[in-house]
Write a protein that binds this ligand. Structure first.
Ligand SMILES: Cc1ncc(COP(=O)(O)O)c(C=O)c1O
Length: 467
């Protein structure tokens, strides 16, 4: 406890006091804490629509929907009211042997929205727990059905699937794993669908590239021994690395491969579900049937935390009879308040036709971002719906990327703070090649795309002059 700070009443803390307390007591996630030894910690205090405001009253366009979360935008009082009503009625009860109406209703509504026979919902509180749960279910399912040797999971290079030990083992980002190894065994990597950096022999044709990338999954299954592989985890559009969209026919081919070898297809839609791609689920947009969908983030637009997995009837069957039990659970999963908020969130989606808004404006979003193609630092602009990545390069013609040192200076040393200072929340990410990522709230329209473009143009132009 710090003697010099009076923290009893948070509402009355001044900006200076907030800074001091944040620096002394708050451990920010995936954050180099040393970067705040001199500069200020950005403190966001409120939001309205697609904008957020810091403790000094400055406004920012939330070009990342917080962290791919705030689908309906900020300051929606009807979601706050749904939370308040539920908390007054029943703030908490577990889903361990009991049910409560908001979780039941939400499970039924998600089953209705999800494609095919994805009818059973297992709630969690986060995306990592959803991924963890999907892997555990895959292992447990195969044990119940007599395929005792299946436990491995395939996922793509650079893919991010969460931070708990199991989810981390599913990730394709070696840099975030080293500190925590050894991880659970069985995480196997396959190529991602970054067509901009496709191997030369398939670089002339995206469909051919997609066939190759899907067939790499088959080759990995065979190499590992098909009977040891439980599941493949894929995002509809891969976030990490910068919005890798699936080539035409990719998911159909992956589905066929999974069926051929009895491997489950998990669509990790923690980012892509709930309108990010103009559909409730990314699998719908790309026309494939997953065995499991994992979700979180946008299901409540962040007004309360919630995640989960939606699974096919068949996967539930072994757990429906006798003493069979899926021995897995989380105290706060399907929390009544979060479930009520999710229902209210889905009401807003329908009432305000948010999917329609994304579908009718996504071409405008793309066209506006593509204006940036005239900048020498912009190598590739890719994505779908309201989800775009802008890859930055040193040489547009050769696609030469930045070395570690340049990347460090460019992204961490300049871009991240310059974009924020210019009034845009987005993400400058170098987990793969350096990219700027955009995922604005689904309420955004052309005026917001123009604002994003204006800020990016000015900051990227300055970045280039500093190289
Ligand atoms: C595809 C994907 N899966 C899983 C996760 C983990 O979700 P959470 O941070 O809620 O644990 C994320 C987080 O960004 C994600 O993007």
């Amino acid at each position: 406890m710090q003697a010099d700070l009076h923290l009893g009443d948070t509402v009355t803390l001044s900006s200076d006091e907030l800074q001091a307390a944040a620096k002394q007591h708050l451990w920010m996630h995936f954050t180099r804490m040393s970067s705040y030894s001199k500069g200020d910690v950005p403190v966001i205090v409120r939001g309205s629509g697609p904008y957020v405001y810091d403790d000094k009253g400055k406004r920012y366009l939330d070009g990342l929907a917080g962290l791919f979360v705030s689908m309906v935008g900020h300051g929606r009082t009807e979601l706050a009211e749904a939370a308040s009503k539920q908390a007054s009625e029943l703030a908490y009860f577990p889903l361990w042997s009991y049910a409560h109406p908001s979780a039941v209703q939400l499970a039924a509504r998600l089953a209705e929205l999800a494609p095919g026979d994805l009818n059973r919902v297992f709630f969690t509180t986060s995306g990592s727990e959803a991924v963890e749960s999907a892997w555990k279910l895959a292992k447990a399912y195969f044990k119940r059905t007599g395929e005792y040797t299946r436990y491995k999971v395939l996922s793509r290079e650079y893919a991010y699937h969460g931070t708990s030990m199991g989810a981390l083992a599913v990730c394709g980002l070696s840099a975030i794993k080293h500190d925590f190894e050894p991880l659970p065994p069985g995480g196997i990597r396959v190529p991602n669908t970054n067509f901009y950096r496709a191997p030369e022999f398939v670089a002339d044709d995206e469909t051919k590239f997609g066939v190759w990338a899907a067939d790499e999954i088959e080759r990995a299954i065979l190499r590992e021994d098909a009977e040891s592989v439980a599941a493949v985890f894929l995002e509809p559009v891969q976030n990490s690395g910068g919005c890798f969209t699936p080539p035409p026919g990719y998911f159909q081919r992956v589905r066929e491969i999974c069926d051929r070898y009895g491997v489950l297809l998990v669509s990790d839609e923690v980012i892509c579900a709930f309108g990010r791609l103009g559909y409730y689920f990314g699998a719908e947009r790309y026309g494939y049937q997953p065995d499991i969908i994992t979700f979180a983030k946008g299901v409540t637009s962040g007004y309360s935390p919630l995640g989960g997995m939606i699974v096919r009837d068949e996967l539930m069957e072994p757990f429906l009879n006798g003493s069979a039990t899926f021995l897995h659970g989380i105290t706060f999963a399907g929390h009544p308040v979060s479930s009520a908020v999710a229902l209210a969130n889905l009401d807003v989606f329908e009432r305000d036709n948010l999917l329609g808004n994304v579908r009718s404006n996504e071409d405008g979003f793309r066209a506006t971002m593509e204006k940036l193609n005239d900048l020498p630092i912009v190598g590739n602009i890719r994505g779908a719906g309201y989800f775009y990545g802008i890859e930055l390069v040193k040489d547009k013609n050769t696609k030469e990327t930045f070395n570690d040192d340049e990347s460090e200076r460019l992204l961490r040393g300049f871009l991240s703070s310059a974009l924020f200072d210019a009034g845009l929340v987005c993400r400058a990410d170098d987990r793969g090649d350096p990219v700027i990522q955009l995922a604005p709230p689904l309420i955004c329209t052309q005026e917001h795309f123009d604002e994003i473009e204006r800020i990016l143009r000015s900051v990227l132009t300055e970045a280039w002059s500093k190289l």
